[in-house]
Design a protein around this ligand. Sequence first.
Ligand SMILES: [Zn+2]
Length: 424
Amino acid sequence: MVARYTDGVVGRDFLNWSRTHVFWRGALLLFAATIAIAVFARGRASPAPPTRVAIRVMCADAATCSLVERVSLDVWSEEQGPGLPLDVVVTRDGLAELAAAGIHWDVLVADIDAVARAEHARLAQPVAARPADWFAEYRDYTAISGHLRELAELAPDRASMHPIGATLEGRPIWALRIGGATARTPMLVNGTQHAREWIASMVTTCVADRLVRDYDRDPKVRAFVDSTALWVVPVVNPDGYQYSWSSDRYWRKNRRDRFGVDLNRNFSVAWGGAGSSRSERSQTYRGAYAFSEPETAALRDLALRERITAHVDFHSYGQLVLYPWGHSNTAAPDRAKLAAIGDRMASAIFAQHGARYALQTGFDLYAASGIMTDWMYGAAGALSYTIELRPKGGAGFVLPPSEIRPTCDEGLAAVLALRGSIGN
Ligand SMILES: [Zn+2]
């Protein structure tokens, strides 16, 4: 074979072809190397986005608080006020600025994006690798809707599924109505006005699950279901919730236009007041007008139609039980009653696993205007509470899934305590 190629025309042609081939192969390699170097250099020229750190500051005065907020990329604390920590997200440059101002902080999460990536990787595992217990892992809107449907099919005599509205992206906002034939007292429990507060949708779904499944084995549950017409809306903000699953784990608002509206600033009692923003980019953007958003309008219509008398709005995080007013520190007309019932709810929560949820009301300097509980109390006439679920600080919104069940015990205990405090 070798002789054949070194002799005659065929051999010369091959030699020529071979030289040409080597030339072009060399040129190709050089070209590829140039591209690789260019890409590498470009990669080095535009550095990765800065690390985002979640920190906690106990700011002693308003000036310190506002400096911290000015430096921050995002404020995680839902409630702010004297004695409450201020949790914010900052870059390392922001930390340097705080250090220069002599401000002390504790790191909650050293790299919030790394934590979100780890959670995303865990959730991307094949279904077969996931735990059998439905509440041992977080679930998206589609899975939660399916679970509510299952509950309605399981006990059609005391559970039914209803769309109470539709979002801007066309998703139904689902409610499960739980209550036997004799049920009278109308109550509402909802979660996830704020997209990133995943524990709120899990706890709300879990409360519904326990009330439907434990009817025959738990006398307290049976008494509740027989006497209460409970409306459960686990995902008030499906568009934002799905966006927090697909694109931005720390998304808070709905998906109106580019920046979204903070639904919990879009209710009409004290709409537009302190603690809400007119700027679209703000995390507390209140919308163009009260009830401008389909999600808040749906809750309003449901509450008025059903004449809701008691209400819990689940959020995370901070472990707090809050009652009206949120927009001012003026005492609500029923303040003593609201506080007494709230105290019973916090005690019932503590009795579950020993977790302390502090009882609070609104603060003059750190108001939140246009919130749901103020509207439910002030306009719909319901005894209304905001509960900030676990954790107290820790991982913030990315709570380990092993805490879903215990947090659900706390949520259910609070709802039963509220029901037990209001008579028929
Ligand atoms: Zn919230």
